[in-house]
Design a protein around this ligand. Sequence first.
Ligand SMILES: Nc1ncnc2c1ncn2[C@@H]1O[C@H](COP(=O)(O)OP(=O)(O)OP(=O)(O)O)[C@@H](O)[C@H]1O
Ligand SMILES: [Mg+2]
Length: 1196
Amino acid sequence: MTLTSCIFLVAKFIALPMDCRKLMSISFSPGDAVFFVHPQHSWVRGSVISVEKDSATCKVEDKERKEVQQGETIAKVKSDGIEMFHNECLDDAKHDDLLHLSVLHEATLLRCLYLRYMTDVIYTNIGAIVVALNPFNYEIPRYKDDRMSKFLALGKHFDKVPNHGLYPHSWACAHNTYFEMVENSENQCVLISGESGAGKTEATKIVMKYLAGVSCLGGTADEKKHSDGVGAKLTACSPILECFGNAKTVRNDNSSRFGKFMEVKFNGQGRLVGAFTTKYLLEKSRIITASEGERVYHSFYVALRGKYKGHLQFESESTYVSVNSGKCLTNKEYDTADDFEEVCDAMKKVGMSDDEVKSVWHIPAAILNLLNVGLLEDKAEREFSTFDDKTQKFLVQAAKLLYVSDQDLLKELLYFVRTTPDGDIVSRTSTDGAIDARNALCKHMYDGVFAWLVEKCNETCDAQSQGNWIGLLDIFGFEDFKLNSFEQLCINLTNETLQGHYNNFIFNKDMAECRAEGIDVADIISPDNTKCIQMLTGQGGVIPLLDECCAIDKSTDFTFLDKVDTAHSKNTFYGKNKTSRDTFFVRHYAGDVTYTITSWIEKNKDTLRDQMKLLIRRSTDKIVAQSLPLPVPKEQQKGKAPTVGGFFALQLRSLMEKINATNPHWIRCVKPHPAKKALHFDGVMTMKQLESSGVLGTVKIRKAGYPVRIQNENFLKKYRVCVTVSTADPMARIESVLTNAGVSDKKFSQKGRTKVFLKTEALTRLERFRDECLKEIASTLQRIGYGYIDRKKCFLQYVEKHRAELLRQKKEREERERAEREAEERAKREAEEKARLLREAEERRRKREEQKLQEKKNSAAICMQRYVRGGLCRLRVFRQVLEETRAKFEAQREAQFVEERRAARAIDAKRQASEKQWISWLNNVDHLKKKNSVDQQRQVKHDEQKRRINVRELCRKEDEDRQALDAEEAHDRQALMVRCEMLASHKKYLRDQETRAKKMFETQTNPLHSATRAPPPTANHRSARSDARTKEILSDYAASRAKAFEDFFPPPPPKNTFAALSDLSQQRGTPGRPSDFGSRERFQVAKDRWVAQDQYLESHVMPTPVARPRSGPTVSQPPSQQHLDEMYSGPHRTVGATMQHSLDSGQAATRATPRRLDQEPPWLAAQPTSPAPSVQNKRGGTDLRSAIDWDAVFNA
Ligand SMILES: Nc1ncnc2c1ncn2[C@@H]1O[C@H](COP(=O)(O)OP(=O)(O)OP(=O)(O)O)[C@@H](O)[C@H]1O
Ligand SMILES: [Mg+2]
């Protein structure tokens, strides 16, 4: 929505056509939305069409009221019948309390009740009062008994439970009443009022039921049982009292024709213990007759139809005058034999015997008969009455039922005794007098039996209690009929008195609220009806004057009226219609009621002749006899005789004393429609009842003070447009609004602590002022808006031109910029091209360099490969040669071992042969010994000596040779060790080369670092095996040589035989000493082999002496002798074993050995990476070709 349209809308809604307003005596103008009084529907919504001098014509526009005719025009609506409609009223139906209505007025009140009633919400609060609209529907779910538990569960006074969420209800009222009684130990009362049929008796029952329920909460089982029993008794009383005290009327099919105040008693713990009922003013005329469409009391009809109808000897129903007087024999309630049965049962429940029950029914039956007794004008003496013989049977039957003589009864009807100073005079009664006497008898008897029944109920239900009580007042509501008589005066007096009590209570409460808000209430005058009550009951009041007249025999109704007139003609509450002589009106709180004074004196006297009382008292039936009191003896009759009015005033005073001593609660019952149907609403009727029930009185009380109360924040929100001060202080802002609207005076408004209190006029002024403010704002808005629009138009034109110019400039600029941009781009492109070419050249150069580098790398790799492969190849060849050599050595050694063993065996064989020769020689020596002489023995000795010398010489020579040989052997050993050292150095050299190659790879090619090698096998198993075998052979050889040595040097022969032995050797040849030449030869062979090995190493393995660094210290330090003896003690030692020895002895840690050559180079073994799968060659070594990642080497 554009700003313009907003402004127009605001202007349309706010700026009302004030110019066409004609300010008249009423402050409304055509088009105003208002509530106005419709003659048939009371307050309805509509609008003012035209305004006349002191009235207006309004049109109905109320879619929510279905019964009204939309668009209907009502002329001449008085100014006090029109009320401004405020938008706030749209939400009024939501309020549970009518006092929370934003505008408290009859119209808003009625509308709220209507909207709620139509949605089945029948209870609404107005302050302390519960307004209950009769729903004529027991099926509304939220009001069914099962929902009572929600209220019961609250367990505290509602006001003390925040946000309890429970709706207004008679239960809520009963709940609060009960808990106030319990918490404050104070008697309470619930005043239930309303017009006939509004639902008072039902409400009383609802409250009673709730009280019975709530009093049982938390009690023991026994207490509950007792309370239940009391409740049952109280419930049982209901049909009895209703049957005898209720009747069908046009307003209510079960209308209570008496007032009732029930004191529901509780013990100290708050448990229900009993109840005491007081009845007020039974409508006696209804015993005799009923208006059309109505009935006399229910008891007459059920008696006629009940089980005792035979016993009571009834004739047909149509026979009896009274029951047919209203021409309405049937009713929804208390109509049938079953109802009769129910009442009889109830009587028994309250403790009546069968006889008593029967006796009770005698009285209605007797009355029915009595009322059929014809009393006519005596044709001879017209001023006197006579008995209609045709009705004899009724007289007889009545007397029979009353257990009195029918003649006596007739006599009492037709004659009366007048007491004069001269004595008693018996006179005949006039026809009216006779009829009055009969009717009076009936009335008194019925009233008497009703009182007896009430007493009986009290006997059963009442209980002495130390606790408190709650009074339930089910009293007749305010009445205003076409013809109002003495009864209506009594009824309205009751209501007026109750209203006075209510006014005081509520007004005081309201004032208390005002004071709490800090409002000055000095000027507020409460609506006060005490003067009215005073006029009716006070000294010289209407009722005392009536009593006065009743005390004077000659007084008539007119003399009474004259007296009243004289006494009260100037009283504002009193008035007289000039057109009628027998009426006067009283200005009651609920409206003016005109009373007709006909028969007031009689009614007030309501006397029953003493003779009649005595007659009934003589009845043989106890209950019948008790139905009338004994006449008061003359000597006891002091002053005035008791009157109905006097008695009633007394009762009322006593009732008010009771009520004043209690904490009151109110339930105002309203009958929304005469049709007695659900969801029917009659505005006028409802309004009237609201008035008569005092609900509007509450509004008046409010109006007397400040009826409009708006929360401060709401007030400021609504009237913020009227604030002219720039302060945040809410009170100052409120003051500003009130001052600006001209309602700051105390007579219009006051500021409370939380609310602003306003009179209705102040609200109207405020509203008007707000309208004006809004109008001003609207015109300001329009001014600003229109100005804005015009400026905007000009601006737009300017903008248009400016935009065109800007567009042109922009285009030019764009063109220029484009050209510049293109040039720039071109230059940029060229620069980029140049840069690209440079980059490409650089790239090419870089590639060339890379290529060169690659080639270098490749050649380096090839070189390295060459070296490494060469080294590896040499290593492989060396290993191969080493292996072959080792194999050859081993084969040779094997062959040599075989040869040596064969030689050893040959030596053994030779030795054995020598042994044999020696044995044979010794045998010969023994033989010669025997033969030779002593001379020869000398020669032998000499020879032996010479031989010994020779042998010693030989031994010495052999020792020398051996020493020489050992020296030579040591020399050779040392030479071999030198060779081994050289071999180790060579190996180290190779390894260093490998390390350097590796480093080169590492620095040039990283991928080589990731190459992994598996460790080679660590042991040369063949060498170990060979060692074992060598050791074994050497030990064999050493053993054989030791043996041979022993054999070679036998123990010396005996001295005398030595020469012979020498001779024998010369002759036969001495078996020579085994020569050590074999050992030398073998050593020579070994030595030759070592030399050959050496030479081979010299030629195949050893590098050129120039390239091989010698490890001097290693060579210069020979191994220890013991070690060498262990390791080099024989010629069969392998080269591998020798080298192993060198390594194991730790003499040269850096010395290379064949075994270490078999192992992978340390720089490969030191790689920390995970081992790559290594290929084992046939000898268990590692094939370096597969261990080195040659691809990586070449790629690098
Ligand atoms: N709460 C209710 N729910 C449903 N129907 C109700 C309720 N209250 C009253 N009524 C109906 O209205 C009828 C009249 O009610 P009730 O007898 O209580 O009126 P009353 O005010 O006592 O009249 P009266 O002054 O004539 O005795 C009841 O018979 C019943 O049909
Ligand atoms: Mg009633």
